[in-house]
Design a protein. Structure first.
Length: 492
């Protein structure tokens, strides 16, 4: 039974999607999960905190699919916002640019959206089904704002249209705070005609030299929160299963989304609210405003993307994870263990043409698969699940050593290894760990062949010379009963 921690209720709940699957989440299920995750505001490069969010929800999606559910995944881009506008004006001033602010904001947004996709591809994050942009959904947003005004939840000032929080009786149910507690954290809106500091902008009246669109209230642009309510319900329906994002979005962004959506539709908005915790540096949240952030690009210049992904999954998603070279180096060592295992299995498979295994029968591996599922069923506990991956590798290494060094070569041993390989691939797919196994450059084939001839002729000097030549290139040789096995030196 899959249980998820729901921020809305403040506890773990059994996961029951609107369109449920067959019993026990059988693989051939027709169940559907609808999931919306708040995307980036593309005004700068993404940092490692963004990476954590989208890797976490990628794994959630992958696990739901592994359990036989189909997932309809929508993630937005806030491609018009104060931050983008300010960045556009800065760049135009610096370059004495003659481009309009609207065109410049579009140029900046597209640049960083492209950068986002590049970084997510490197981290093996699967693409969402839809990536709606604010600027392409103005009509949808205006429709919702108009509906809220007609229902009495919104009022107009010279600065724009505001949602009247006092009219929505359940306001605060996500953050579990009273109006008094929320007041200090309310987003500042420069409009003295607001009825309450908690009231938030649905539509902002146009300012000189800023992008704007037509509306019943004159030219303007959407407020920050309304976009997600309008776009999520357009693509996923008035009530959907999962709404996700970073912990910092609980208030005011997600609280405001609930108020808008439920006031507009009169129906529950999202059933399960899932929030990932921060990446920290010296126990402080990583953020651009604090200036303590590392871009994904900077981190990937030093570390393999899968090392970074493994690091991000090494803690439960609801727990802060501290970013440091020490932690990433530890993940590098762990990833090397996984990679070495995959390379050895690949080597043995090439040498021994064993038939594919249709199912797992080994009791130890069946137990590990069940434990892995139980860990993931317990609110997507990747930290615990990874422990079972390492345990699988440890057990499989024992089997491989028997094969590689001639202690056992029988059909049962080979079958056990094939089962371990199949289970490992399943685990890696769920966690999104892409492990390349082809490590032997073609030009090294002749060197290995020469060394084998030298060994047969007992020309130990030549054999040792070739070993040293490969070692200098960062490769190690392990002599086995199946032939020489070339590996990448982890220290190279």
């Amino acid at each position: 039974m899959l249980r998820v921690y729901n921020t809305l209720s403040g506890k773990k709940e059994e996961f029951k999607p609107e369109n449920p699957p067959d019993p026990d989440y059988a693989r051939a299920s027709s169940g559907m999960v609808k999931m919306y995750v708040c995307g980036i505001t593309p005004y700068d490069e993404c940092h490692i905190g963004h990476a954590r969010c989208y890797v976490v929800f990628d794994v959630i999606r992958r696990y739901l699919e592994y359990r036989g559910l189909k997932v309809q995944y929508v993630q937005n881009f806030t491609d018009i916002d104060d931050k983008i506008i300010n960045r556009a004006k800065e760049q135009m001033l610096d370059a004495r640019c003659q481009m309009s602010v609207k065109d410049k904001t579009k140029e900046i947004a597209e640049k960083y959206i492209t950068d986002y996709f590049m970084r997510m591809d490197a981290l093996n994050v699967k693409k969402a089904d839809e990536y709606p942009k604010v600027t392409e959904h103005i009509e949808d947003i205006v429709k919702v704002v108009k509906g809220l005004a007609e229902k009495g939840y919104a009022y107009v000032t010279e600065e724009g249209v505001y949602f009247e929080v006092a009219k929505f009786k359940d306001y605060g149910k996500l953050s579990h705070r009273s109006a008094e507690e929320m007041m200090p954290g309310a987003r500042v809106e420069v409009d003295k005609k607001k009825k309450s500091p908690l009231d938030f902008a649905l539509w902002k009246s146009a300012k000189e030299d800023e992008p704007s669109w037509d509306s019943p209230w004159g030219k303007g642009r959407p407020g920050w929160h309304i976009e997600c309510s309008a776009m999520s319900t357009k693509y996923l329906g008035e009530t959907f299963d999962i709404h996700g994002g970073g912990q910092d979005l609980i208030f005011p962004h997600h609280e405001n989304e609930i108020a808008q959506a439920e006031a507009y539709t009169g129906k529950p908005f999202a059933k399960y609210w899932i929030h990932n915790a921060f990446v920290t540096v010296n126990k402080e949240k990583m953020s651009k405003s604090l200036g303590n952030f590392f871009t994904i690009r900077e981190v990937l210049e030093k570390y393999n993307p899968m090392v970074v992904r493994l690091f991000l999954l090494s803690a439960h998603y609801r727990q802060p994870i501290n970013f440091s070279d020490k932690e990433l180096d530890a993940s590098k060592e762990s990833f090397q263990r996984l990679k070495t295992f995959a390379e050895k299995v690949s080597f043995i498979s090439e040498k021994i043409k064993a038939a594919a295994i249709p199912e797992i029968k080994n009791q130890k591996f069946l137990s590990l698969r069940e434990k892995f599922r139980q860990a993931m069923d317990d609110d997507f506990n990747t930290q615990k699940a990874l422990g079972y991956v390492y345990e699988l590798v440890l057990d499989a290494n024992v089997i491989m050593n028997k094969i590689l060094h001639g202690k056992s070569h029988d059909g049962e041993t080979i079958s056990n290894l094939k089962e371990a390989e199949m289970l490992f691939r399943d685990f890696a797919e769920v966690l999104g760990l892409k492990i390349e196994t082809k490590i032997l450059p073609e030009e090294f084939d002749s060197l290995l062949a020469q060394r084998e001839v030298a060994r047969k002729n007992k020309d130990w000097d030549l054999a040792d010379k070739i070993r040293k030549e490969l070692d200098a290139k960062g490769f190690t040789i392990e002599d086995t009963v199946l032939g020489p096995m070339l590996g990448k030196d982890r220290t190279a």
